[in-house]
Write a protein that binds this ligand. Sequence first.
Ligand SMILES: [Fe+2]
Length: 342
Amino acid sequence: MAVVSRANSDYGRFVDEVKDMSLFPLWERVGGLKPGTQCVPAHWSYAEVRPQLIRACEMVTKKEASRRVLCLENPTLRGTTFICDSLFAGLQIILPGEVAPSHRHTPSALRFIVEGEGAYTAVAGEKLPMRPGDFVVTPAWAWHDHGNHGTAPVVWLDGLDTPFARFFGAAFYEPYPEEKQPLDRPEGESISVYGMSLIPDEFHSDGHSTPVLIYPYERTRTALDSLARAGKPHPAHGFKLRYANPATGKHPFPTMAVSMQRLPPGFSGQTYRSTGSAVFAVHRGEGVARVGEQEFGIGPHDVFVAPPWQPYCFAATSELELFSYSDRAGQEALGYFREQVG
Ligand SMILES: [Fe+2]
C-alpha cells in the first residue's frame, strides 16, 4: 500500500473531514489483527483474600449485598469487575443461616466450591448440596438461590460469562418475587438421570448448557485416578479432564469450557498457550505457575488468570489439582480457537 503523506494538507483535511462524519480510514489504523489482549497475568493468594471476605461479613449483611462477592479484577480492567475481557470471577462467602435470594440472568454461571460444608444452591427447581471441589452449573436464565445450613462460612468461586452478554447488549437480570424459588424436582435428579452415560430417550438438548447441574468432586477424583492409572501425563497439562455435557459430548456451557487437572509431585510441564482466556483455582497441592513473564507460587484455593496467547506452564511440588474455566467453548463455536504446545 502506498504511504500517504500527512504533509499533504489535502489528505490531512480529508482525514479530519471523514472522521467528523464518523468514518475512519482503515489504512490509518495502527496495529491490525493479532492475538492477545491488554490483560495481564494476575494471581490472588487465598491466604490474603480470605481475611477480606471475613471482613466483608462484618461490614455487609447478606441482605445489603444480595451476593457477598469480592470480584477478582484484572489490574488492566479496574472498575469492570472482570478478570479478563471475556470472563468474570468472584469469591463469594455465605455465613451459617444466610440465604442469597433467588434471581436469574442471561449470563451463564458456574460455582467451584472452595471451603466449607453445609451450603446448597437451588437451580431450576432442584436443590444441590455443595461440597469442596464440586462444580455446579447455573445455565443462562435459570432461577438460582443459595443458602448455608452448616455451622461455618462457606466460600466458593463464581465464574460467569458476563462480558459476553455485555458485549452483545443482552445482559438481562430478574429477581424472583420471593426469597426462594419452589423446589419442584427431587434432590440429585439432574445427575442421577443425566449423569450416568445414559440419556432419557425423549430428552432433546437445546445445544446450550448441560442438563447435569452438579459435577461432584468425588466423581471427578475417581475419573482422575482412572486417567492417571491409564497412561502418561500430557507434557503440558498433566492429567486433565474436561467436564462434558453428556447429551452432546461438548462443553457444559455455550461459552465456557471447564476442566480439572492433576499434576503429579515433581511434574514440570512444557509451555502451552492458546487464544482462550483461562481462570485457574487451586483445589489442592502446591507448586509454581509461570504465566507470561510472571511466576506465581500457588497453594490451596489460590486463583490466577492466564490471558489469551500468553504462554504458561506449571510445576508441582506436591500433587497439584487445578480447576479451571475458559472462554474456549465460545471461541470454538466461532472458529477462533488456536493452541500451541511447547
Ligand atoms: Fe446469580
